[in-house]
Design a protein. Structure first.
Length: 191
């Protein structure tokens, strides 16, 4: 007879996500995962698979969480600039109960050159974020908020690059004034 799981799978996955986010993939051992998740090694393998499979599930879980947060932040009653500012503020808001930076950016930097599956997933994440920015800018242009002469494809790429850069900078600085200045300058390109 199969045993019932003695742990909440979502909570365990979230704990693994936080650990990978803080330490990175390579630095996180299976014993670290056992200790941090509070789940027996055998149960981790039975439920999530090996470390790499668990990491890919963590990345997918991260995407679900972040896409939900992005949709909550980007409201139709906001202007395009306000919506994009909200996306940046999600990154620099230090009140969140999460590690600094971005798990997807961390994974891309650490693993994309040596792990094809991670490279594919992080590229997909970046493409989706850039598409969200493009859609916001297109809507803004259609509504007359963004001048028609602006290249919204180029702008979405530039703003995405700035967003990735802010995700990295939040790991190295607590200078909120500096981060706000970068956001303001980025948003000034929409005029």
């Amino acid at each position: 007879m199969a045993r019932n799981k003695e742990f909440d799978e979502k909570k365990a996955l979230r704990k693994a996500m936080i650990l990978f986010w803080e330490q990175g993939y390579e630095k996180t051992s299976m014993q670290d995962l056992v200790d941090h998740m509070g789940v027996h090694r055998r149960s981790i393998y039975d439920t999530f698979g090996d470390k790499h499979t668990l990491f890919m599930r963590v990345l997918n879980h991260y995407v679900e969480i972040m896409e939900g947060r992005m949709k909550n932040e980007v409201k139709t009653e906001l202007t395009v600039k306000q919506s994009i500012r909200k996306l940046f503020e999600m990154v620099i808001d230090s009140t969140q109960q999460q590690p600094k930076g971005c798990l997807a950016v961390n994974a891309a930097v650490e693993l994309s050159l040596i792990d094809e599956e991670v490279a594919k997933k992080t590229t997909e994440i970046f493409i989706n974020t850039e598409a969200l920015l493009f859609d916001l800018l297109k809507h803004g242009q259609d509504q007359g908020e963004i001048p028609k002469h602006n290249d919204i494809k180029g702008l979405s790429q530039f703003i995405h690059n700035s967003l990735v850069g802010i995700r990295v900078l939040t790991k190295t600085t607590n200078d909120k004034e500096k981060l706000e200045s970068i956001i303001n300058f980025t948003l000034s390109t929409l005029d």
